[in-house]
Design a protein around this ligand. Structure first.
Ligand code: SF4
Length: 387
């Protein structure tokens, strides 16, 4: 039986191990281990048809087909890049699509996963922000992105491991879709799911402080924070949520996260925009800010900085710094004993680079219309980039 848009049956992609066990026991009157068998078929063998789950009895297969389905997102477009990067445009319903990007490197393969269709936080340099917020993705739609990539890559969680890392850094603010994102991250870290180590799943947030605390109680993953500026005035301009949760509160929540989760570090994402936040004085202020942070947590390596050269898009007010400017910024951080890496742009030929994740997603909100209208006028000031 195929899934339909108005399907009342449960999509099993939306349940983590605990949820699936409960569903099997309480809803289907089946043994808990049956849930484990189904998870292995779904995530280890990429099987979605119950008829192919050969270690389940005929009656159970029929019951599952009657009450449930296993339906991944619809692949609308599938685009490999010359450098090995791969992008999928995935249809989530008749009106909404999102992008998922796979980035292979020498010793790992990272999948960048989206949590919302669009985003409502309006960071001024972010391409996704121009779309506004459409809706949260369900847990099935979040983990479905990993499934689509895993199937394409021939990923076998405990064998041919092509997916070694997942970063919740695509479209949307993951902490504003908390329950669904946590459920999906549980499946990523479960041996019956993708079996990724906790540290290999990273949630990146623009700084929703109360939810960082909630995350530390619910889920043990790596934390990345979109910082982008060393002071509140500039950060509020780039990342408006800073007005509500300023830098001091944000860093305090990171300190609590490290204390509760025994993680060794927080990654701070810093998109470099020419003449906006990339001057030597910004670098020196960032050193001072993060040295204060590492001193308070008493670990010199507790802060890592990912420098992301801005990736321009049509209509943006921001520009990418020169290589020399990027290098100077990085050197100031390194001389200040702050670990700083420059994240090189990948997948340029398929618009998969940071800040371009929106790509071909249909734009339906008022903000998008306003943004497009504003392109006709000269713009002043600056903008922000997606992590
Ligand atoms: S940078 Fe992240 S939080 Fe900010 S608007 Fe873009 S997607 Fe949303």
């Amino acid at each position: 039986m195929n899934a339909t848009a108005a399907d009342a049956r449960t999509n099993l992609f939306g349940l983590d191990r605990v949820g699936l066990e409960r569903f099997f026991v309480e809803e289907l009157d089946e043994k808990r281990f049956r849930a484990h068998q189904v998870m292995k078929w779904m995530y280890h063998r990429h099987v979605t048809d119950f008829e192919d789950m050969t270690d389940l009895g005929k009656a159970l297969r029929a019951k599952l087909a009657e009450r449930t389905h296993v339906t991944p997102p619809n692949v609308l477009h599938d685009k490999p890049s010359a450098d090995g990067t791969h992008k999928w445009l995935l249809g989530m319903d008749a009106r909404n699509a999102i992008e998922t990007v796979y980035i292979p490197e020498k010793n790992r393969g990272t999948l960048c996963v989206s949590s919302q269709v669009g985003c409502g936080l309006n960071c001024s340099f972010c391409y996704t922000a121009t779309q506004g917020f459409n809706r949260n993705l369900s847990a099935a739609e979040v983990i479905g992105q990993v499934w689509v990539a895993g199937r394409h890559l021939g990923n076998v969680p405990h064998g041919n491991r092509r997916l070694t890392n997942v970063v919740m850094m695509g479209m949307g603010e993951p902490l504003l879709n908390f329950d669904n994102v946590v459920t999906a991250m549980n499946i990523m870290r479960d041996d019956l799911g993708y079996g990724l180590a906790n540290k290999r799943v990273t949630l990146s947030t623009s700084g929703v402080v109360p939810m960082i605390d909630r995350l530390s109680e619910a889920c043990d993953v790596s934390l990345a924070v979109s910082l982008h500026a060393p002071d509140d005035a500039l950060r509020t301009e780039l990342v408006p949520i800073n007005k509500k949760y300023p830098i001091a509160e944000l860093l305090a929540s990171c300190e609590r996260y490290l204390a509760r989760r025994k993680r060794s570090s927080v990654t701070f994402e810093y998109t470099l925009m020419q003449g906006v936040n990339d001057r030597p004085e910004h670098a020196r202020a960032l050193v001072k800010l993060l040295r204060g942070f590492t001193n308070r947590v008493q670990d010199a390596n507790a802060a890592k900085v990912n420098l992301i050269p801005f990736n321009p898009f049509h209509g943006t007010r921001y520009a990418r710094p020169t290589e020399a400017e990027i290098r100077t910024f990085q050197e100031i951080l390194q001389k200040g004993d702050i670990l700083a890496m420059v994240r090189r742009t990948r997948g340029d030929d398929i618009d998969a680079a940071c800040g371009q994740l929106k790509g071909q997603v249909a734009d339906r909100t008022r903000r998008q219309a306003q943004f497009l209208a504003s392109l006709a006028k000269p713009r002043e000031g600056v903008a922000h980039a997606v992590v």
